[in-house]
Design a protein around this ligand. Structure first.
Ligand code: ADP
Length: 631
């Protein structure tokens, strides 16, 4: 007898075991969503079969009356969800219902464990545990499935969700899947017709396939059983905007995203004329939990004349708009288009540019007429949208206009824009000044902004890791070059005669410092500093300190060989003046070198870098203080 002919017990993969444990023991306020998950799996199974049958009609054997059926057995306490979709082979059952293929499960579990119980439902919802949501209402789940592939043997899977599941051969007269839920005592409400009706209406109404149930009705004073369809089956995206209520949009959004929040924006569009398609798109209010560990790919659902082609069509949106969720239904694409063919389809490319245009337009409108909503959106998704400046040359300026940026003139947490910056520039200002770093506080306190603040010139403050790349690509806005203020010589310095004179006076000291401080390329005087004694600036074309730190952090330090920077000194600062005096009288005094090292190290700290030898730094400072006290 082959091994597969007998009942076998298997253990769930560790991660799944933990997940089940959490599902079963969590407080779940909206546990009725298990039904949405199971119905959606059933609908997917039908869609998969229908799609394959386009090229392999033998799979459906003429039976295309697709449906999903709910059956209740009150005495046994079971609710069964059946479909006549593609079904599963034994191997598929083992693969699909014993592991979680999705990436990021580990991170998800960690987050889940760290959160308190009341937040959990939301987290679970966002992760979309699908089938396993059954265990919120059932203490035992049986699945009987038969694949639509020819000569398939049915298979039975069963588990109490406690760590193991059993698989054995079974009987099923035709293709499809039954999910039998042995309802827990506290979930018996799901045996009631009205309850099931409400839940289906609420969460699965738009499902195209009929969701049916046998219902007892009275006809001519006789009780008979009739099969009733519980959902209206009208694809919401095909309806007219005026026909759809706000909460219907919300429920549809929540069904396809597993989000518990309302979307920030709904875009319902219908293109007619040379290209016909309908789209229902959503901009979420919050970043989904798995956003950062998910592969950065866009994924809209693609339908062709109501037939679901794929859940995750990457080609419909560029990656920088991957936060947008929703559905596109095209009337022009051929139904038998293969998923591979989608990649180079010119029609799809046209739909895509249409969608991009519409999404950007929506964001533009949001920005101008719903500033607060837009700011919330930008705080959640701005760093993704920005990728478009690199990736979408055609729309670069539009995306640049959508950026919200902090500056030395905005309060913390408030933003300006490039348009406003340029509008507020003094007429003789030729460049847009900016500074990139880790935090706003650090940037505002940095020596570089001192002179700009004193002259009441606005400096844009960028703190998002991606900003450096974005600005490098953008390089200018409305013909005004973007100028990093921690790079290159200050324009005023280059022109200043007074500074030239001072430099002559300081020359011997500057030369000594340069030979002592081998880490820097040059030591020069500057007028850019007001309160600080020294700062480090990058060469006009060198890599900035921030970029260097970034490259190090992403493990690509070899692409960013430390470029030597320039140490600039403030000749008006008492410490610099003291050093100069000391050097004039006693150039060999060890304190000259000591002060030089301290100035260099302070400049490193001010720009947000680390000093190489913190203990040595502390000692040098202490020695200087002590020598000062002695004097
Ligand atoms: P998801 O649906 O998000 O992939 P699930 O845990 O709900 O995750 O389901 C896991 C897999 O099990 C599905 O991807 C599908 O391949 C399979 N599956 C679940 N329900 C059915 C069904 N009714 N018919 C066929 N396959 C199913």
């Amino acid at each position: 007898m082959p091994e597969t002919a007998v009942k076998q017990t298997h253990e769930f993969k560790t991660e799944l075991r933990q997940l089940l444990d959490i599902i079963i023991h969590s407080l779940y306020t909206k546990r009725e969503i298990f039904l949405r998950e199971l119905v959606s799996n059933a609908a997917d199974a039908i869609d998969k079969l229908r799609f394959r049958a386009l090229t392999e009609p033998q799979l459906v054997e003429g039976d295309t009356s697709y449906k999903i059926k709910l059956s209740v057995d009150k005495s046994a306490g079971t609710l069964t969800i059946s479909d006549n979709g593609i079904g599963m082979t034994r191997d598929e059952v083992m693969e699909n219902l014993g592991t979680i293929a999705r990436s990021g499960t580990k991170q998800f579990l960690e987050k889940l464990k760290a959160s308190n119980a009341t937040n959990r439902p939301e987290l679970i919802g966002q992760f979309g545990v699908g089938f396993y949501a059954s265990f919120m209402v059932a203490d035992r789940v049986t699945v009987i499935s038969r694949s639509a592939l020819p000569d398939s043997q049915a298979v039975r899977w069963e588990s109490d969700g406690q760590g193991t599941f059993a698989v054995e051969p079974a009987e099923r007269s035709s293709r499809g899947t039954d999910v039998i839920l042995h309802l827990r005592d506290d979930a018996k409400e799901f045996l009631e017709e009205y309850r099931l009706r409400t839940v289906i209406r609420q969460y699965s109404d738009y499902i195209e396939h009929p969701i049916v149930m046998d219902v007892e009705v009275e006809r001519d004073k006789q009780k008979i059983t009739e099969e009733q369809t519980l959902n209206s089956r009208k694809a919401i995206w095909l309806k007219n905007k005026s026909e759809v209520k706000e909460e219907e949009y919300e429920q549809f959004y929540q069904a396809i995203t597993h989000d518990f929040e309302k979307p920030a924006k709904v875009i319902h569009m219908s293109a007619e004329g040379t290209m016909e398609f309908k789209a229902l798109l959503f901009i979420p209010s919050k970043r989904p939990l798995d956003f950062f560990w998910r592969e950065p790919k866009s994924a809209l659902q693609l339908y062709i004349r109501r037939v679901l082609i794929t859940h995750e069509c990457e080609e419909l949106l560029p990656t920088y708009l991957r936060f947008v969720k929703g559905v596109v239904d095209s009337s022009d694409l051929p139904l038998n288009v293969s998923r591979e063919m989608l990649q180079h389809n010119p029609m799809l490319a046209r739909i895509r540019s249409n969608l991009v245009n519409r999404i950007l337009k929506t964001l533009e409108e949001m920005k101008s007429s719903e500033a607060e909503t837009y700011q919330r959106f930008f705080e959640q998704f701005g760093s993704i949208l920005k990728e478009g400046i690199n990736a979408d040359f055609e729309n670069r300026t539009r995306i640049a206009d959508l950026l919200l940026i902090e500056s030395t003139r905005t309060e913390a947490g408030k933003y300006t824009t490039l348009v406003d910056y340029v509008k507020n520039m003094a007429s003789d200002q030729k460049e847009i000044y900016y500074l990139v770093g880790e935090t706003r506080e650090q940037l505002e306190a940095s020596p570089y902004v001192e002179t700009y603040k004193a002259q009441d010139k606005e400096v844009l403050l960028f703190t998002d890791p991606i900003d450096e790349f974005v600005i490098t690509t953008l390089s200018e806005y409305q013909g005004k070059p973007l100028k990093a203020i921690d790079r290159g010589q200050l324009e005023d310095d280059a022109k200043s005669e007074a500074l030239k004179e001072k430099t002559k006076l300081f020359q011997p000291l500057l030369e000594q410092l340069k030979s002592k401080l081998t880490e820097v390329k040059e030591v020069r005087l500057t007028s850019r500093l007001k309160d600080s004694a020294a700062c480090l600036v990058a060469d006009e074309y060198g890599m900035s300190a921030h970029m260097e730190r970034l490259m190090k952090r992403v493990g690509r330090a070899e692409e960013a060989p430390p470029s030597k920077r320039i140490l600039e000194l403030n000749p008006e600062h008492p410490l610099v003046q003291a050093m100069q005096k000391l050097h004039e009288t006693a150039p060999a005094d060890s304190r000259v070198d000591q002060i030089a090292s301290v100035l260099y190290e302070q400049a490193l700290i001010a720009e947000g870098s680390r000093v190489k030898d913190p203990a040595g730094f502390a000692k040098r400072i202490n020695d200087l203080i002590v020598s000062g006290i002695k004097v």
